[in-house]
Ligand binder design. Structure first.
Ligand SMILES: *Cc1c(COP(=O)(O)O)cnc(C)c1O
Length: 426
């Protein structure tokens, strides 16, 4: 007899046969009654990180004090950059960890515009993360309002219209800034295709990898990527506010410069020379002193991803998102509609589900009655409930339970117990 693929037993079987199942135990799970589906916003805490922070505070800051700079701290931005390079198909010396995604985007976008003073078009899309667009709007102002920012459109509100994107990239385009995975719908670009589109017109492309790295295959070198930025607190499990990273392709490194000429990006900061000379290679994109505790906290999460292998993680992500989407079909009669791309190869690792009562349903998932699992997704305006799937710790059984809870909440109208008023962070 064919197994019932919608049964709990089937989900449990998938978990038993999961090659990556041993990684879940390496995270702090706390209350076992919590199903965490927001790893695309803030990854779970690796147990090793907990221990590492205590050791860093006691041994390095506490005992070794300033000596720790030479022993443990000074080279970390480069060392961690090289590890992220391994995760994203870049070469050593092409990625460095520093600042936050917004600041890194500012630095690289500024550099790209400065390199091409005669061109005055910047292209992005309507799904980009707002901070990216805010930074670009500010840069346009800084450069004397010579540039226009045009956004590729979406006709279905889920995927970007690639023909429109292609049309908007013209010979006058200096820079294209796109999120590889869209934060709302999870739409995933074909990086190789879009890089080619950009290069054909002589434009530089800057990818924002925040919703991609650690969840899908990112092949910066193979796809001929120019520039990229990304954060480390989502699928890399680096912790709240952990520093971000930036990528500059080797041959571009000598052509562009950092608009924020801080001493950490200087050739030899401890000569304290009064005149700035940029460091060689990727290091010139550093600015000032990094937040060491947060910086060091990134490493255990990255090590786990490297150990599991990004290929295996991405495969499990596709299996889990497809499984979850197949179960979602039973919710269609209750007013839920797809907020995700239909083709698996066009999806990242979170699944957006639309419902007119999306916000209150999210509140009900997070605040259940006694002896019901607490399920944590997040909500994005106007009606998207986002379920983040993080293959290192999300189980098939959790996904199955989430479907049952969603059905229960709408059938019993449990969401009506919650207010429409939004919290500051949704
Ligand atoms: C999370 C995220 C950011 C966050 O930027 P910060 O400056 O690090 O706060 C930026 N871009 C995208 C696409 C994101 O998903």
């Amino acid at each position: 007899m064919k197994p019932d693929e919608t049964s709990k037993a089937f989900a449990q079987k998938l978990d038993e046969n999961d090659e990556l199942k041993k990684f879940r135990r390496l995270f702090f799970l706390g209350d076992e009654n919590t199903i965490y589906l927001d790893g695309n916003s803030l990854g779970r805490l690796p147990l090793k990180t907990k221990q590492l922070i205590t050791e860093t505070v006691n041994d390095q800051w506490g005992n070794q004090l300033i000596e720790s700079w030479n022993r443990n701290w000074y080279n970390k931005p480069v060392e961690l950059g090289d590890k992220i390079a391994e995760l994203t198909g870049a070469a050593p010396g092409e990625i460095i960890v520093c600042d936050n995604t917004s600041a890194n985007l500012y630095k690289l976008a500024h550099a790209a515009l400065k390199l091409q003073p005669k061109k005055n078009r910047i292209v992005s899309d309507v799904f980009n993360f707002p901070t990216d667009l805010y930074i670009l709007q500010g840069l346009i102002n800084d450069f004397g309002n010579r540039h226009e920012l045009v956004l590729a459109r979406s006709t279905d509100n889920i995927t970007i219209d690639l023909a429109d994107l292609q049309e908007k990239i013209d010979e006058n385009t200096a820079l294209i800034v796109l999120s590889l995975v869209a934060f709302k719908s999870s739409f995933l670009y074909n990086a190789l295709g879009v890089n080619r589109m950009a290069h054909k017109k002589g434009a530089l492309l800057l990818w924002d990898l925040s919703h991609a790295t650690g969840a899908v295959e990112v092949e910066l070198n193979k796809t001929d990527a120019d520039l990229a930025v990304g954060c480390t607190y989502k699928y890399l499990n680096g912790g709240p506010g952990s520093p971000a990273y930036l990528y500059v392709r080797k041959d571009l490194q000598e052509k562009i410069s950092n608009p924020i000429q801080g001493w950490f990006g200087e050739h030899n900061p401890f000569l304290f020379d009064l005149n700035y000379r940029p460091a060689n290679g990727i290091k010139k994109f550093l600015t000032g002193t990094p937040p060491i505790l947060s910086l060091l906290a990134i490493e255990p999460g990255i090590d786990m991803l490297l150990q599991a292998g990004i290929q295996k993680i991405a495969e499990k992500s596709r299996r889990q998102t497809s499984y979850f989407i197949s179960l979602l079909q039973s919710l269609v009669p209750f007013g839920f509609t797809a907020g995700y791309p239909q083709e698996p190869e066009s999806r990242g690792s979170h699944v957006s589900l639309k419902h007119p009562e999306g916000y209150r349903i999210t509140r009900a998932l997070i605040n259940p009655g006694k002896s019901t699992p607490r399920i944590i997704p997040d909500f994005r305006e106007p009606d998207n409930i986002r379920f983040g799937i993080t293959p290192l710790y999300t189980t098939y059984t959790e996904l199955w339970q989430t479907i049952q809870r969603l059905r229960e909440i709408v059938v019993t109208r449990e969401y009506e117990n919650f207010s429409q008023d939004k919290n500051a962070v949704t």
